[in-house]
Design a protein around this ligand. Structure first.
Ligand code: NAD
Ligand code: IPM
Ligand code: MN
Length: 360
């Protein structure tokens, strides 16, 4: 039976990086006879321009019917001034929430060839392989009430709410422990329990879940310290589990340990392992349309899709190997360029990965 993949390229560099990811996906589909059927749709600004909303019901329904969703990135200055409820980012939040994609895996792995591309010293980052598990459908991103209002004295005020229920914490903690079990059995739960009530419950529940995972060494860290430790000595971490907003921020930070945010893929999974796959970076309006964006995060997201949604480990490994071979050849987009390498554009990088995959 064929498996359906819905491709949402999104905005900005979205279409550019997705073209390369689809090239690689199509090739893997043929080479490993995966039986994928691809179709495309709109999300974000592209959807707003076509349907007047950042996620149309019809697109959401197609996403529900699909076996997996592949996403580029959404947003951009063109839509920054519109009604906040219709912003491109709201479409992304809605699809995550509606599909129940609470478990966001963001692996930060340094390809050894890129040790020179990181802004940190090679000895600090060499061999880096950490996984950030981010809660994706709760917390301050979705908490109610939230409001921007004018007080009686005429002053403007705005607030958000940061709620977490124990079931939400328990299920993401389990993802963190399960991931630690198949890795190096170390889990660091990151919170702000010295200040926030939601973090205090977070810590309690994580401790409870830990009882089912006696083999995993659990530690807790405050988010401010974690931000510092990620730069000071990132290899102390194996798996980090954290809430929606902290995970957003820490994963962008962790991306620079790997050389560039253009290297960080992600998987967003529901309770059954159904997923949406996207790079961690955004639509990069500053370089959109120039053909220079790094497509590797999206290509590596395809690999995660094959691994997590379709249990095609061989094909997933092959894509990662193809990326590594291309880096061996010295090909670099601008964001990961270092002296002595050959700078290439988005399409050339995608072609090179496809070629390497073909020859594997
Ligand atoms: P961004 O990630 O788009 O860009 C930050 C910086 O990283 C920019 O200098 C950009 O050029 C660079 N960069 C990002 N991806 C790159 C790539 N593949 N190759 C080379 N360089 C890359 O973050 P931002 O500028 O804060 O946000 C821009 C827009 O993207 C906003 O509208 C934001 O809301 C949106 N956004 C969307 C997602 C998503 O769809 N998942 C994620 C983050 C931001
Ligand atoms: C990400 C992005 C999104 C987030 C935005 C665009 C809503 O930054 O996927 O990391 O904050 O989750
Ligand atoms: Mn982000």
């Amino acid at each position: 039976m064929s498996k359906r993949i819905l491709v949402l390229q999104g905005d900005g560099i979205g279409p550019e990086i997705m073209a390369e990811a689809v090239k690689v996906l199509n090739l893997a589909n043929e080479k490993y006879e995966l039986g994928f059927e691809l179709s495309s749709g709109e999300l974000g600004g592209a959807s707003y321009d076509k349907y007047g909303v950042p996620l149309a019901d019809e697109t959401l329904e197609r996403a529900r019917q699909a076996d997996a969703v592949l996403l580029g990135a959404v947003g951009g200055p063109k839509w920054d001034g519109i009604d906040p409820a219709l912003r491109p980012e709201r479409g992304l939040l809605k699809i995550r929430s509606e599909l129940g994609l609470f478990g966001n895996l963001r692996p930060a792995i340094l390809y050894p060839q890129l040790a020179e591309s990181s802004t940190l010293k090679p000895e600090v980052v060499s061999g880096l392989d950490i996984l950030i598990v981010r809660e994706l459908t709760g917390g301050i991103y979705f908490g109610q009430p939230r409001e921007k209002r004018v007080l009686a004295n005429g002053e403007r005020q705005a607030y958000d709410t940061l709620p977490y229920s124990e079931s939400e914490i328990r299920r993401i903690a389990k993802v963190g422990f399960d991931m630690a079990m198949v890795r190096n059995k170390k889990l660091c739960s990151v919170d702000k329990a010295n200040v926030l009530a939601s973090s205090q419950l977070w810590r309690e529940v994580v401790e409870e879940v830990a009882k089912d995972y006696p083999e995993v060494e659990l530690s807790h860290m405050y988010v401010d310290n974690c931000a510092m430790q990620l730069v000071r000595a990132p290899k102390q971490f194996d798996v980090i589990v954290t809430d929606n907003m902290f995970g957003d921020i820490l994963s962008d930070q962790a991306s620079m340990l790997t050389g560039s945010i253009g290297m960080l893929p992600s998987a967003s999974l529901d309770v059954n392992g159904k997923g949406m796959y996207e790079p961690c970076h955004g639509s990069a309006p500053d370089i959109a349309g120039k053909g220079v964006a790094n497509p590797l995060a999206t290509i590596l997201s395809v690999s995660m899709m094959l691994r997590y949604s379709f249990a095609q480990a061989e094909a997933a490994d092959a894509i990662e190997q193809a990326v590594s071979l291309v880096l061996d050849q010295g090909l670099r987009t601008g964001d990961i360029y270092s002296e002595g390498c050959r700078q290439v554009g988005t399409a050339e990088m995608g072609d090179a990965v496809a070629e390497a995959l073909k020859n594997l």
